[in-house]
Write a protein that binds this ligand. Structure first.
Ligand code: 13P
Ligand code: SF4
Length: 323
C-alpha cells in the first residue's frame, strides 16, 4: 500500500511516482523551467507549444502537469475527458495575471474589427475571447498566416507583441502585460558578462525587453534557444530566460558553458520563475497518489477556448512545428 511506505528519501518518491504512473495510466508533462529532477522524471519535456501538442495527443487517462496553471488548463481544454492534475494550485503566472477577462473584453471593444491573437500564457477565459492562440515558438508564423491587411490585437505580453510587430510589420495593437522573470534581466550585467567571456553568445527569449533583445546573438522560445545551443559552434552562452532550460542544454552539450543572465534585482539573485519552482517531487508524489488538486474548466469556456488553441495547433502543423 502506498500509504504505509516509509517515504523518507526523494528516491522513494521517484520510484513510487513511476509505479503509480504505470498503475494509473498517467503521464507527466513538464516545462523546461521545472527543476532538473522533475525534468528527468517527466515522460515529456517541452516548451509551451510542444506541451499543448502533447496534451492534445496522448493515450493517458491522467495528465499530471509539472508547470503552471495556464498550461494545465490548456491540457484540460484540449483533453476534457482526461483527469488533469496540477501539484500546486498556487503555480500561477504573472503574465496571465496581467490580463483579466473584464479588462480584456473592454480592450477588444475599444479596438473593433481586429483578429484577437493571445499567447497561451493566459487564463481559459481570455482564450475563450480569442480567435487564435500562439506561443513564443510560433507567434510570427501565426501572424503571417493571416491575410496581410488583417488588423490584429496581440495579448498579453508587450515584449513578445513588439517583437512580433517588428518581425512582421503588421498592424498590431499590443496589450501591456509582462512576465516578471523576462522583464527583469539586467542589460548592464549581461554586457559585463559578455566582456568577461568574449566568445560567449547572448541568447534571449522574446519575452525580454527591447534593450536586452537588441544585444542578442539569437532570439527564440525556450526550445529554439535549446536547439540553437546544440547546432551553434560557440563554446559559451549567456542565457536570458528562466535558467531551468540550462539543465537540458547541459545534457545535450555538456562540454559547453552556460551562464544564466542575472536580474536587475531579486531576493534570490537569480531569474527563476517562483511559480514554476513551486512544483516539487514531493508535491508530484502526493498529487498523483491523491489525484488532486485537479483542474476543472467550465464546459462553456472549454467550448470557446478550444477553438483558438486548435486553430494554433493546425497552423503550427502546417508550418512544420513538431513536438
Ligand atoms: P515558451 O515555453 O513558449 O518558451 O514560453 C516561456 C514561458 O514563459 C512559459 O511560461
Ligand atoms: Fe509566467 Fe513568466 Fe513564469 Fe512563464 S516564466 S510561467 S510567463 S511568470
Amino acid at each position: 500500500m502506498i500509504k504505509n511506505l516509509p517515504l523518507k528519501k526523494e528516491t522513494n518518491y521517484i520510484s513510487e511516482i513511476k509505479r503509480m504512473k504505470k498503475a494509473k495510466n498517467a503521464i507527466i508533462l513538464a516545462h523546461y523551467y521545472q527543476t532538473g529532477d522533475i525534468q528527468d522524471l517527466a515522460d515529456f519535456i517541452g516548451d509551451s507549444l510542444a506541451l499543448s501538442q502533447k496534451a492534445a495527443e496522448n493515450d493517458a487517462d491522467i495528465i499530471l502537469f509539472a508547470g503552471v496553471k495556464f498550461m494545465a488548463e490548456t491540457a484540460k481544454i484540449l483533453a476534457p475527458g482526461k483527469k488533469v492534475l496540477l501539484p500546486d494550485m498556487n503555480a500561477g503566472c504573472s503574465l496571465a495575471d496581467s490580463c483579466r477577462a473584464e479588462d480584456f473584453k473592454k480592450f477588444i471593444d475599444d479596438n473593433p474589427g481586429r483578429t484577437v491573437i493571445t499567447y497561451v500564457n493566459t487564463t481559459a477565459e481570455i482564450k475563450a475571447l480569442s480567435d487564435i492562440s500562439c506561443t513564443s515558438s510560433n507567434a510570427v508564423e501565426i501572424v503571417n498566416s493571416l491575410p496581410p491587411d488583417e488588423k490584429i490585437i496581440f495579448a498579453p505580453d508587450r515584449n513578445l507583441g513588439n517583437y512580433v510587430l517588428n518581425k512582421t510589420g503588421r498592424d498590431i495593437v499590443v496589450w501591456d502585460g509582462t512576465c516578471h522573470v523576462h522583464e527583469e534581466f539586467s542589460l548592464e550585467a549581461i554586457i559585463k558578462l559578455k566582456e568577461e567571456n568574449p566568445g560567449a553568445k547572448i541568447i534571449v527569449h522574446p519575452e525580454c525587453e527591447l534593450p536586452v533583445r537588441m544585444v542578442a546573438d539569437f532570439i527564440g522560445s525556450t526550445s529554439a534557444l535549446l536547439q540553437f545551443t546544440i547546432k551553434d559552434n560557440a563554446k559559451c552562452y549567456i542565457v536570458a530566460t528562466e535558467p531551468g532550460i540550462i539543465h537540458q542544454m547541459k545534457k545535450e552539450m555538456p562540454e559547453k558553458k552556460y551562464i544564466p543572465a542575472p536580474p536587475k534585482d531579486s531576493t534570490c539573485g537569480c531569474s527563476e520563475c517562483n511559480f514554476m519552482k513551486l512544483i516539487t517531487i514531493e508535491k508530484i508524489y502526493k498529487c498523483l497518489k491523491n489525484e488532486k488538486p485537479e483542474i476543472f474548466v467550465d464546459p462553456d469556456i472549454i467550448k470557446n477556448a478550444s477553438k483558438p488553441i486548435k486553430r494554433m495547433i493546425e497552423i503550427s502543423k502546417k508550418a512544420g512545428f513538431k513536438q
